[in-house]
Design a protein around this ligand. Structure first.
Ligand code: BTN
Length: 247
């Protein structure tokens, strides 16, 4: 992965660019990376704050020969890769909040956005966007993010070179992508559940249709979160914001 790299100083969004490259036949493993994004995109149509040279803003193009329903699993592959990269390079111990948030001390350090270009029943390209806050101080974040965002530098107490981490994330992604294509989702799922904060805990999931409170049982093979409510009913949640309830 990362054999072809497009690096730009400032772009609207690496995700948007990667979609264009993918459409124009960019090979598997193409990486789009920028120092600054002016229109960084998050999940659920949110903005992603991406200030200059303080973070890793990148999007990776993969072209697995798989049905489109498998695409959400790539968010979990990427999450495991980023967590392990941060652990190995900086000896920090992030946790994963389903589906795509990587947290340090309960605050978000990385967000992952997986998008798809598909033709009928086949994936054409998967675009995995990964945004990691690296050298921001708390003042670099807008006020409304102060209680929910952090950076590696804040947690580690020192400035951090970005290149080693980019390299490590790609190395880990390559490893787990290969394992996934050979052995399927179960080894990834096991690793992912080991890092997940919510599994086995009482949570509240806010979906577009309402709130579900209950125990997070785990994820199924589609990466869908299974929650058992207090009447015993099991809900399968595809998209939500979750919060771990205080005991
Ligand atoms: C989220 O947590 O909502 C996902 C955030 C994903 C942000 C990354 S930064 C690189 C890539 N380009 C974008 O515009 N978004 C993703």
């Amino acid at each position: 992965l990362g054999q072809t790299i497009y690096y730009e100083e400032t772009v609207p969004s690496t995700q948007k660019l990667a979609h264009q490259y993918a459409q124009n036949g960019a090979p598997e493993g193409t990486l789009v990376i920028a120092d600054e994004q002016t229109e960084g995109r998050g999940r659920l149509m949110r903005n992603w704050h991406s200030s200059k040279r303080t973070g890793i803003w990148m999007s990776l193009i993969l072209k697995p020969q798989l049905p489109p329903q498998r695409a959400p699993q790539f968010t979990l592959i990427a999450a495991v890769a980023v967590v392990q990269a941060i652990e190995e390079v900086w000896d920090l111990h992030p946790e994963i909040k389903w589906p795509n948030d990587i947290l340090l001390n309960g605050k978000k350090v990385t967000g992952i956005l997986t998008e798809l270009q598909a033709e009928s029943d086949k994936i054409n390209s998967i675009i995995i966007g990964m945004g990691t806050n690296v050298n921001q101080t708390i003042e670099d974040f807008p006020q409304e993010l102060h209680s929910i965002a952090t950076s590696l530098a804040i947690e580690k107490g020192q400035m951090i070179p970005r290149s080693r981490l980019v390299q490590k994330i790609l190395e880990k992604l390559e490893l787990y992508y290969e394992i996934y294509m050979k052995e399927g989702f179960s080894p990834i799922k096991l690793l992912w559940e080991g890092y997940a904060i919510s599994i086995g805990k009482e949570i509240t999931a806010r979906t577009i249709t309402g709130e579900i409170k209950g125990k997070a049982l785990g994820i199924n093979d589609d990466g869908v979160l299974r929650i058992q409510d207090h009447s015993g009913h099991i809900h399968e949640v595809y998209s939500a914001d979750i919060e771990v309830n205080e005991p």
